[in-house]
Design a protein around this ligand. Structure first.
Ligand code: ADP
Ligand code: ZN
Ligand code: ZN
Length: 722
């Protein structure tokens, strides 16, 4: 006897294979069972699939069907909800089912044979038994006391308890949002002995901090194994163990980055998305999913509560949380006050009008004075600029040569530290030439500033003042001021970020220079002044989300200042700008996110931008820009000529706008030309329906003559940057 099985295998969207493959098996296997199957000449992990009509592969040739190679029966089948989440993600983000399903599983699972898996399971079982016998276990440690809630926190917790949500927790930095998450999780775990909670943060760097808070609170109650993390900074065995703990229900709390949204959690009842506005919830490759949006879908699917938290929500979430009478679908909860707000007033925001400062000054005179004053008092300052390296361009004044990348339509960045010119797009790196490569002029000079230069410049400007000492025995009184830099360059080595952060916490640094990396989440206690040196760029960006991102970045940066009650009373945020009257800065000065959001939403409504419309981008890569654009324009033309003829499609197409193909902002990277095309609709479902139908048209278009030389194409649904 043998059975036909549908199996998902890791094939990309364009491999030409059907969405599911058919294999033969000796026994009936439940959907969601993990199996090993032959695929071409190799063997791979597969997931047994319950195909619906649309997914079922067309004709099957019985003589070509192969046997499965094995069943991983040490792992229970993935449940219906997990399968449904995968099905939805693949369909919504326009990728192959198999690709999405297999990418959602821990990498090591893909490599181990059933026998290897069995041995691993036995080993970890023995280890667990040994631990259980050891005397240290079984000792009941008292759970640390949760703080007495503020009235805002109590109110919010009551609302979450009594309503279905989803919730948008709009709370100032330091208003105690994390404490709200902790207590929601606690209430849930106490009520239901099986329940599981998923808590997501945008960055790996923020997981240790979060993990220690959750571990401290819950390990004494539910054991060390109750809390696990899932993120790409873990080793493959660590990830597999954490994944299994979640899948088997031992892990009651899963903390992770965006990938954690696909964790198999059979008793999931609560999903928290902290800093929900953060762009890193959106994946930039493969299925370009938004973990925040999938959290809302998964919440509905599993009947789990969803809490999105932010001090500066995404405009999409803000709009969704308008009053329900106006069509809002999320419950907006507000915590405006910082914990201990009598002493913890928000920092004063000061704008420096750079029009009245010496030309080309990087630091205005009053800002420099303010930094000196703070440092002399033993306080710390944070200076941030969103551009790493020493200078964005090197330039020859004689002949006009600039440090262009030969492989990209971008300049290579000058890094003084190792005297290199580095392309931040393709990675191409060369030593800085001694003289201008075109005219031989010895005097080539940097234009503009990056963090390296700010660090050097500031150290020179502060060279004549001495530290007051006392905070750190390593740097006694009278030492020069210490300026340090944290950005992607300074933290390339594993563990180096932790070391550098520790130095800041220990007080060994007086002025910290960095990119947005330092603006997010870190709890620096002694910083009382934060300065944005040159943030104006985002005000005039072609990216319509740039102001939103700038506002949230500056609010977050402001959240870094004055976290220590004993220093916090006179903390400040300085903004150097040529546009001091710009409404964005005016709203920022008042910490008035709602006003800012309203003005942005008005603009967006007028321009018909998201959240008032829905977008997808098709991107095409080719050897020539013409080919990339030709493919997109042909696919668009084909949609308009072919699809209208499909029964029932004429009306559907009316709601779709296809824009002409254009080069991407950085149009050439690593010698590949890139183009994109925007697809827009006032209706999410119309857009979805169109994209689903258009897939076959895109595949067919690729075969047209003018599209020879096309390297690849991909669809990005709900793109963050257009
Ligand atoms: P957020 O996540 O909104 O930035 P946190 O939850 O991290 O805020 O809280 C900020 C600080 O206040 C933390 O040090 C936290 O331990 C403390 N905190 C939170 N809630 C309370 C409370 N009810 N009473 C005392 N301290 C609190
Ligand atoms: Zn020259
Ligand atoms: Zn390059």
């Amino acid at each position: 006897m043998s059975e036909w099985l549908h199996v998902l295998v890791p094939t990309p969207a364009h491999a030409g294979l059907g969405p599911v493959l058919t294999y033969r098996s000796k026994e009936v296997l439940a959907a969601g069972t993990l199996v090993r199957v032959p695929l071409g000449k190799r063997e791979t992990l597969g997931v047994v699939w319950q195909s619906d009509a649309a997914e079922a592969t067309g004709e099957m040739q019985p003589d070509k069907v192969r046997d499965i190679a094995g069943v991983i029966d040490t792992i229970a089948p993935l449940n219906d909800q997990w399968q449904q989440l995968i099905r939805f993600s693949a369909q919504y983000y326009q990728r192959a089912l198999g690709e999405v399903a297999l990418a959602a599983l821990p990498p090591q699972l893909r490599e181990l044979s059933p026998e290897q898996m069995l041995r691993r399971r036995q080993r970890s079982l023995r280890a667990a038994e040994k631990k259980a016998k050891s005397p240290a276990q079984g000792k009941v440690t008292a759970a640390p006391l949760a703080p007495v809630l503020s009235s805002e926190q109590s109110q919010v917790l009551g609302d979450i308890e009594s309503q279905a949500g989803p919730f948008l927790l709009f709370g100032a930095t330091g208003s105690g949002k994390t404490e709200v998450y902790l207590q929601c999780v606690q209430t849930l775990l106490e009520r239901d002995p099986l329940a599981q909670a998923l808590v997501m943060v945008p960055e790996i760097n923020l997981t240790p901090q979060l993990e220690s808070r959750f571990r401290e609170r819950f390990a004494p109650l539910y054991g060390e194994h109750a809390v696990v993390s899932l993120h790409s900074g873990m080793t493959n065995p660590q990830r597999l163990n954490a994944w299994l703990a979640a899948h088997e229900g031992h892990a009651r709390i899963v903390l992770g980055t965006r990938m954690a949204i696909f964790a198999s959690m059979p008793h999931l009842q609560l999903i928290v998305v902290d800093e929900e506005h953060d762009p890193s919830y959106k994946s930039g490759e493969g299925a370009r999913y938004s973990a925040r949006d999938l959290a809302l879908y998964r919440g509905k699917l599993e009947d789990a509560k969803v809490i999105l938290g932010s001090a500066t929500p995404s405009l999409e979430s803000w709009y969704q949380s308008r009053p329900s009478a106006e069509g809002g679908r999320y419950v907006r909860l507000h915590m405006p006050s910082r914990i201990g707000s009598e002493t913890q007033a928000l920092p004063l925001i000061r704008r420096v009008d750079m029009n009245h400062q010496p030309r080309k000054a990087v630091f205005s005179i009053p800002l420099l004075e303010a930094i000196k004053e703070r440092v002399l008092r033993g306080e710390q300052c944070m200076v941030f600029l969103n551009r790493r390296g020493y200078a964005p361009v090197l330039h020859c004044a004689d002949c006009g040569w600039k440090s262009e990348c030969p492989h990209c339509s971008a300049f290579r960045v000058f890094h003084k530290i190792d005297r290199s010119l580095r392309c931040h797009h393709c990675g191409f790196t060369e030593r800085v030439p001694r003289a201008c490569p075109t005219c031989g002029n010895l005097d080539i000079s940097p234009i503009g500033q990056g963090t390296e230069q700010i660090e050097e410049h500031l150290a020179a400007l502060l060279a004549d003042i001495r530290r007051p000492g006392t905070q750190s025995p390593q740097f006694p009184e009278g030492e020069p001021v210490r300026v340090a830099r944290i950005d992607a360059d300074s933290t390339r080595l594993k563990g180096s970020l932790q070391i550098q952060l520790a130095a800041v916490h220990a007080g060994d640094v007086d002025v910290l220079v960095g990119t947005q990396m330092i603006a997010k989440g870190h709890d620096f206690r002694r910083i009382t002044l934060v300065a944005a040196v040159n943030p104006d760029g985002a005000l005039f960006s072609s990216d319509f989300r740039a102001p939103e991102r700038l506002f949230s970045l500056l609010m977050q940066a402001a959240g870094r200042a004055g976290r220590d009650a004993s220093l916090g009373h006179n903390s400040e945020v300085w903004i150097q700008t040529f546009q001091p009257a710009h409404p964005l800065y005016a709203a920022l000065k008042q910490y008035d996110y709602p006003a800012f959001a309203q003005s942005q939403l008005n603009d967006r409504a007028q321009a018909g931008m998201p959240p008032f419309s829905f977008q997808a981008l098709v991107r095409a890569d080719a050897r020539s820009q013409d080919t990339a654009q030709a493919f997109l324009n042909a696919a668009s033309a084909n949609a308009q000529t072919d699809m209208v003829a499909w029964p029932g499609w004429e009306d559907a197409l009316q709601d779709i706008t296809l824009y002409p193909a254009v080069p991407m902002r950085i149009q050439r990277v690593a010698n590949v030309e890139r183009a994109q095309m925007l697809v827009e609709s006032p209706s999410r479902s119309a857009l979805q329906r169109f994209l689903n139908g258009w897939q076959s048209v895109l595949h067919a278009t690729r075969k047209q003559d003018e599209c020879k030389g096309l390297i690849r194409w991909a669809i990005d649904v709900d793109p963050l940057a257009i």
